[in-house]
Design a protein around this ligand. Structure first.
Ligand code: NDP
Ligand code: ZN
Length: 192
C-alpha cells in the first residue's frame, strides 16, 4: 500500500483513539472503548473482505459523533466528504439535537432508547451499501460481545430483547455481503 494510504489509516486510528480515550465498554472488565471501532474495521477487512479505505475509516469513526464531542464538520475536514457521509448514516437519531440526547442519556431515559432503536430498524433498509456494511460489522461485533459476557447490570431478558431488536435491524441489511450475513445468522442462532 502507498504511504499516503497508510498515513490516512493511521491518522484515522489515532483520531478515534484520542476521541474515545475516556470511554469504556459495558462488559464487566470495562474494556477500552477503542477496541470496538478497531474490531469493527477488522471484521470488515478480515471477514467481510471489504478493502475500501473510506469504508474502513468510517468503521473506525462510526461511534465518534454519537458518543464524543466530535462533529461531522471535523470528520469531513480530516477525512473527506465520503467518509463523513457514511458516518452520518450510521449515527443514531439525527432528529434530536445533541444536547437533548446527552441530557436524556444522562437520565438513562428509556424513551430515547426506544426512539433510537426504532430509528435504526427504519433506516437500515434505506442505507447506502457502505453504511450497511458498517452497520453489519457493528452488529456482529456487539452480538459476539454479548455472547462473550453479559454487560454490567444487564439481565438475561434485557440481553434477549437486544438480540430480538438486532435481528430486526439485520433484516434491513440483507443482500449486502454474503459472508457477514452468514456470520450474523450464526451468532443470532447462537452457533458461533
Ligand atoms: P444500550 O445502549 O443499552 O446497549 C447496547 C449498546 O451498547 C450496543 O449496541 C453497543 O453500542 C454498546 N455496548 C457497549 N459495550 C457493550 C458490550 N460489552 N456488549 C454489547 N454492546 C455493548 O442499548 P441501545 O440503546 O442500543 O438499545 C437497543 C435496543 O434494546 C432498544 O431499541 C430496545 O429495544 C432495547 N432496550 C431494552 C431495554 C430493556 O430494559 N429491556 C433497555 C434499553 C434498550 P455501540 O456500538 O454504540 O458501542
Ligand atoms: Zn458501534
Amino acid at each position: 500500500p502507498s504511504t499516503i494510504i497508510l498515513q490516512d489509516l493511521i491518522r484515522c486510528i489515532n483520531f478515534a483513539a484520542i476521541k474515545h480515550k475516556d470511554q469504556r465498554r459495558k462488559d464487566p472488565e470495562s474494556t477500552p472503548y477503542i477496541n470496538h471501532p478497531i474490531g469493527v474495521a477488522h471484521i470488515l477487512l478480515e471477514e467481510g473482505g471489504v478493502s475500501d479505505l473510506e469504508v474502513l475509516e468510517a468503521a473506525l469513526l462510526h461511534d465518534t459523533v454519537e458518543d464524543t464531542d466530535t462533529s461531522f464538520e471535523e470528520i469531513e475536514a480530516m477525512f473527506g466528504p465520503r467518509v463523513c457521509a457514511i458516518v452520518r448514516e450510521v449515527t443514531d437519531d439525527k432528529t434530536l439535537p445533541k444536547a437533548t440526547r446527552k441530557l436524556l442519556q444522562a437520565q438513562k431515559n428509556k424513551v430515547l432508547t426506544l426512539i433510537s432503536g426504532k430509528f435504526q430498524i427504519e433506516t437500515a433498509p434505506k442505507s447506502s451499501k457502505e453504511a450497511k456494511l458498517v452497520k453489519m460489522a457493528d452488529k456482529l461485533y456487539n452480538l459476539r460481545d454479548l455472547r462473550r459476557c453479559t454487560p454490567e447490570g444487564w439481565t438475561q431478558p434485557r440481553v434477549d430483547e437486544y438480540f430480538e431488536w438486532a435481528s430486526k435491524v439485520i433484516d434491513g441489511l440483507r443482500g449486502t455481503n454474503k459472508i457477514l450475513e452468514e456470520k450474523l445468522d450464526l451468532v443470532l442462532k447462537n452457533k458461533s
